[in-house]
Design a protein around this ligand. Structure first.
Ligand code: SAH
Ligand code: SF4
Ligand code: F3S
Length: 473
């Protein structure tokens, strides 16, 4: 059933937050510098850009090293146990720095804080944390900061707002002048058995197409060349909008804005429509790169994961994509050692990976997340088996990547130049239309330009080349 339009956070509420930011900027004893440490996915990276935008309005300057900051904010992730432990370990480490300078403030926000029971745990076990907030009330950060500064007491606010409200018009401090994230939808309705995201990000809610298009046009006018559309399952964009656009329609409209490059993530295979494939094939600015997480190659495991597609259906989507977009780069996510995964199941994942020949894959060992269905399933796989399986899969994919990159030698790729190469300051680095890093010799004046580069050689995960004849855009 379609709901009415998802609710926006009231304009007055956003205005109130803006007022708080201005007030904080006038406070004499406020922190002067900040450092945000971000864990997790692009959603979190983008949330951190919003938090940085708010901190800028509060009159604070970013610093590189957390040791040098008056305010350190951890934007956390809880997708797997190790992500969570890393964040908590670092928060604990900061406790020591706080002893050195008690006026230093520590904040924790993001998905881990939103997890049921976490707020109580933070209060009990982490008394040196000054501010904690969840995902649904990110826009209230200025209010909480103001409270912490005026009362000099800890402020913890986690709200349960699964339907979720969409905040528009928050300040954003982008990390890059040429690349920008645009959130097109929040939350997830899929409840894959292993996954915590629906519990910490709430239900699916789409931003209005108008707001998204306006943002894209403003970014273009500001010199942005590439946008990355964000959502846990972008293919169901608009399902909750009355008379809203579908994802393919939104993409077509974004393509018409003329922004140079459009990428998006993540697509759920179950609703990757023919219409989307046709739009991707026909558009001028949509990159021929698609992240299409498969998770497993075994039908039995896929059903238990509640992924709602079979191996054959997935392979059919891949066949269709390659038929219509022959040069498409495909990447994926894979989970090994899901509860009850047999050797036969695992071999089916390996054979699917061989069959598709992905350009790259992110591989994970199943991590039980409290409150999800898979966490209480029988058939937990022992660590040694899990490690052996992930290593086998990584080796297999490494060979795929090598083969795919090698096949690109001799062809011309269009590289959006980011800056000097990390390894060699004489070289420039950027990403091609497939999302692969390409290094080549060139002048600093090319940063931010899209340059034709003939690929000369392939490394393990990157390409090398030389500028060649052709238009520099
Ligand atoms: N919405 C995206 C993925 C978000 S999480 C999608 O549906 O594809 C990113 C990846 O983390 C997932 O694709 C999955 O491979 C992995 N992941 C999620 N929960 C996990 C868990 N409990 N254990 C191991 N890997 C997990
Ligand atoms: Fe998690 Fe599945 Fe939603 Fe992705 S689609 S965020 S894996 S529940
Ligand atoms: Fe992690 Fe939250 Fe993203 S759990 S992967 S930061 S949506």
């Amino acid at each position: 059933m379609r709901r009415t339009q998802p609710a926006l956070v009231a304009r007055e509420e956003i205005e109130r937050q803006r007022e708080r930011m201005r007030e904080i900027a006038q406070m004499p004893g406020r922190p002067r510098t900040y450092c945000i440490v971000t864990y997790g996915c692009q959603m979190n990276e983008h949330d951190s850009e919003t938090l940085a935008g708010m901190l800028r309005e509060m009159g604070m300057e970013p610093v590189e090293r957390r040791e040098d900051a008056d305010f350190v904010l951890f934007n956390t992730c809880c997708i797997r146990d190790n992500a969570e432990r890393r964040a908590l370990g670092n928060v604990t480490w900061l406790k020591e720095l706080k002893k050195e300078r008690p006026e230093r403030m520590i904040g924790v926000c993001g998905c881990m804080v939103q997890r049921p029971g976490m707020a109580e745990r933070l209060l009990r076990q982490y008394p040196f944390v000054d501010i904690a907030l969840g995902t649904h009330n990110l826009y209230r950060f200025p209010e909480l900061m103001a409270q912490a500064l005026t009362t000099r007491r800890r402020v913890v606010e986690v709200v349960q707002d699964d339907e979720g409200h969409i905040p528009e018009d928050l300040p954003v401090c982008r990390q890059s002048p040429t690349h920008a994230y645009i959130t097109i939808m929040y939350g997830c309705n899929n409840f894959c058995s292993y996954c915590i995201v629906p519990y910490v990000r709430g239900r699916e809610r789409s931003r209005s197409a108008e707001a998204i298009l306006q943002e894209a046009r403003a970014l273009k006018a500001d010199g942005v060349r590439e946008i990355m559309l964000l959502g846990q399952n972008v293919n169901s964009y608009g399902n909750d909008l009355q008379d809203g656009m579908t994802f393919p329609q939104l993409l077509r409209a974004l393509d018409e804005t003329g922004i140079d490059r459009i990428r998006f993530m993540t697509s759920h295979p179950k609703d990757l429509s023919d219409e989307l494939i046709e739009v991707m094939a026909g558009a001028k600015h949509i990159c021929h790169a698609l992240h299409l997480p498969v998770q497993s190659g075994s039908d039995r495991v896929l059903a238990s994961m509640n992924r709602r597609y079979t191996r054959a259906q997935y392979l059919e989507r891949v066949r269709r994509l390659r038929e219509r977009i022959p040069d498409i780069a495909l990447t994926t996510d894979l989970i090994v050692a899901y509860p009850g995964e047999t050797e036969e199941d695992f071999q089916q994942t390996c054979s699917l990976v061989r069959e598709v020949g992905y350009d790259a894959a992110f591989t994970f060992i199943f991590s039980p997340r409290e409150g999800t269905r898979a966490a209480s399933m029988d058939g937990r796989i022992d660590e040694a088996t899990a490690t052996r399986r992930i290593e086998e899969l990584i080796a297999l994919q490494k060979e795929n990547t090598r083969r795919r990159l090698q096949a690109m030698v001799g062809s011309v790729h269009r590289v959006l130049v980011d800056g000097a190469s990390r390894r060699d300051a004489q070289q420039l680095a950027g990403k091609d239309e497939y999302g692969i890093t390409v290094n080549f010799p060139g002048e600093g004046s090319l940063v931010g330009k899209i340059v034709p580069v003939r690929i000369g050689s392939a490394g393990e995960s990157t390409l090398r080349g030389e500028i060649c004849e052709g238009e520099i855009l």
